[in-house]
Design a binder for this molecule. Structure first.
Ligand code: ATP
Ligand code: MG
Length: 599
């Protein structure tokens, strides 16, 4: 059906709406694709819905191509399955919770691992039923702290989520790779530039994980890449540790008075005065900074952890948050922040500004059996034999030449510091540079975590019950619409790639003559008959200027003007993205557009 602008449910806006900051948000509102219903919650109008459906269809086709089958779960779910996996608690304020009339707890699902796991448990019982991949395209609900940029970070949004079920690790790897391939094809077909980056699994648990980032300055995710092809989310970058150093000849450490040196800068200055380094000077990189952190556990408890890092490096709390899980008593959503005065008061041995690792010289404080045993983790650059200037656990004193592995130990290493441009890529592919992106998709090897928790077992080849291994794979569908708008616009409006555009051709009848409207109508019908989708601006009393600016705002790839040229038998056909226009004989117009559309 030709979409006639005289009757289409659409009002374009001349002005940028005050609520919108990024281009895609402004333009989707102005061009009449969406309307805001509440913060982070949007209504889809006819044009927007057409784009959305096309994005969904591309995703469906690629899911079908890897043998995944579509199902559909409710968004309104009972609490119990999420209690079993502890996510009812872990999600904290992040989800919408509600009660029914009997007082039973429900939630609006933020993601569906539990329900898919239970459904498979319900229906399947043998390894012969596997592998299985099932998916849905469905609304998700998350009470995001900062809904932002319209569809980019909504509180209600559409996700395609799939889940794979396999009997063994090889099966999971195959399912994961199939999804990875499908995701690359989806983004390729959408015309969305994507960098797959190594990621940490975070609250999902599990092991292998990659994110599909769309590089853009307005992205909220920072990632790093090297010229040699390495790319990773900063949380997932692993530091190449330096070689260990032989310390057999190193002199003993000594404690020196360093009054009023609670910061790295004051310490470095003092060190160069009281214990000059010879031909060289001490710098912040020679100091070991010990940072006291408080970890808020899923149980509500607060655990104090001390992290040692080179003094020239800044702490990155998000990296610590992503990587500290294996040292904690339980899995789940955690928060890491700098310890406050109250936390410090509970640990009298921590002398603010002068904290050091467990000293062999003195009473052990951190990371070794001692007075107050706190978890002590170090940056991977702290390797055996490295020598440090660090706190002596006494106000106004520091210890010089403290040797890692000789004078102090640690409970483990952690990626704790900010990744800097110029740091080496872990695979040796060169120095890293930082970039920003939007997370468009995320694939995880969940492993057996959910199947174990919800008791999804099937009979294996030997007739024994085996826990199923799972993968989980998400694409932000509504986010993809916004990202496409973001990367395909100019100052006049949207410029959709043909694969998702709300129509192929936007016909504008310019002028008042009846013959113009008759010719435009005929062309619209011919295009439709040829299998192209048409928007036809048949509004009789709207000026050509307004019609053209609406056409540019709406952003269909081909704009066809029927006007003055008609007396010479030609129409003007313009490419929305390049602005190139040509006069084409009326009778050739359909063929011309078909060939530009590659059909
Ligand atoms: P983010 O880090 O951006 O908050 P996430 O890691 O929480 O995303 P996942 O749980 O991995 O998201 O969800 C899968 C996909 O769903 C994401 O890759 C993203 O494309 C999309 N998505 C997640 N949250 C939102 C949201 N609030 N609005 C729109 N799309 C979202
Ligand atoms: Mg994610």
């Amino acid at each position: 059906m030709v979409l006639r602008l005289s009757s289409l449910f659409l009002r374009t806006l001349r002005e940028d709406p005050a609520e919108a900051e990024v281009a895609s948000h402004k333009l989707l509102l102005r061009a009449g694709y969406i309307r805001r219903a509440a913060p982070g919650i949007y209504t889809w109008l006819p044009l927007g819905l057409r784009v959305l459906r096309k994005v969904e269809e591309i995703i469906r086709e690629e899911m079908t191509s890897i043998g995944a089958q579509e199902v559909h779960f409710p968004a309104l779910l009972p609490k119990e399955p999420y209690e079993v996996t502890n996510r009812w608690t872990e999600y904290g304020d992040g989800i919408f919770r509600l009660k029914d009339r009997k007082g039973a707890d429900y939630l609006l699902a933020p993601t569906h691992e539990e329900m898919f796991t239970l459904l498979v448990k319900d229906l399947y019982g043998s390894y012969k039923d596997l592998p299985l991949s099932i998916y849905q395209i469905q609304n998700k609900y998350r009470d995001e702290a900062r809904p932002r940029a319209g569809l980019l970070r909504g509180r209600e949004f559409i996700m395609k989520d799939s889940y794979s079920f396999d009997i063994d690790d090889d099966g999971l790897e195959a399912s994961y790779q199939a999804h990875r391939g499908a995701y690359l094809r989806i983004f390729e077909r959408l015309g969305l530039d994507i960098v797959p980056v190594a990621a940490t699994a975070g609250a999902m648990g599990g092991s292998k994980s990659e994110e599909f980032l769309h590089p853009t300055a307005i992205g909220e995710d920072t990632f790093v890449r090297s010229a040699g092809g390495y790319a990773a989310n900063v949380e997932a970058v692993s530091t190449v540790p330096p070689a260990e150093i032989d310390y057999s000849m190193a002199p003993a450490a000594r404690v020196l008075d360093t009054p009023a040196t609670p910061t790295i800068a004051t310490l470095v200055q003092s060190a160069n005065t009281i214990a000059p380094r010879g031909s060289d000077v001490w710098t912040a990189a020679d100091t070991l900074k010990n940072v006291v952190l408080a970890v808020d556990l899923p149980t509500g408890e607060r655990q104090i952890v001390v992290v040692g890092l080179p003094g020239d490096r800044a702490v990155d709390l998000k990296r610590i948050e992503a990587n500290i899980g294996s040292y904690l008593p339980m899995a789940g959503e955690i928060g890491v922040e700098a310890a406050n005065e109250e936390d410090l008061k509970k640990h009298a041995l921590l002398v603010k500004g002068y904290i050091g690792p467990g000293l062999s010289l003195d009473a052990a404080v951190l990371g070794s059996e001692g007075a107050s045993k706190l978890l002590y983790l170090v940056d991977p650059r702290v390797v055996s034999g490295t020598s440090w200037i660090t706190g002596a656990n006494e106000s106004g004193k520091h210890v010089f030449g403290l040797i890692a592995g000789r004078d102090f130990g640690w409970d483990g290493t952690i990626e704790a510091v900010e990744v800097r441009a110029g740091d080496e890529a872990p695979d040796g592919s060169g120095p890293l540079e930082a970039a920003r992106g939007i997370e468009m998709g995320h694939i995880f090897q969940l492993g057996r975590k959910y199947a174990q928790a919800l008791d999804l077992k099937v009979l294996d080849r030997n007739g024994k019950l085996a826990v199923v291994t799972m993968g989980s794979y998400g694409v932000g569908v509504t986010r993809a619409v916004a990202a496409l708008a973001e990367s395909n616009h100019d100052d006049k409006g949207l410029c959709w790639p043909r694969s998702v555009a709300p129509a192929d051709v936007h016909i504008v009848a310019v002028g008042r003559g009846e013959e113009i409207f008759a010719a435009a109508q005929k062309l619209a019908d011919d295009f439709e008959a040829a299998g192209l989708e048409v928007i036809y601006d048949d509004r009789p009393k709207v000026s050509p200027g307004v019609k053209f600016s609406d056409a540019e705002l709406i952003g269909v790839p081909t704009i066809l003007a029927v006007g003055r040229g008609l007396v010479d038998g030609v129409v003007e056909i313009k490419d929305r993205a390049t602005g190139e226009a040509e006069n084409i004989a009326v009778g050739d117009a359909v063929q011309y557009v078909l060939s530009t559309a590659g059909r």
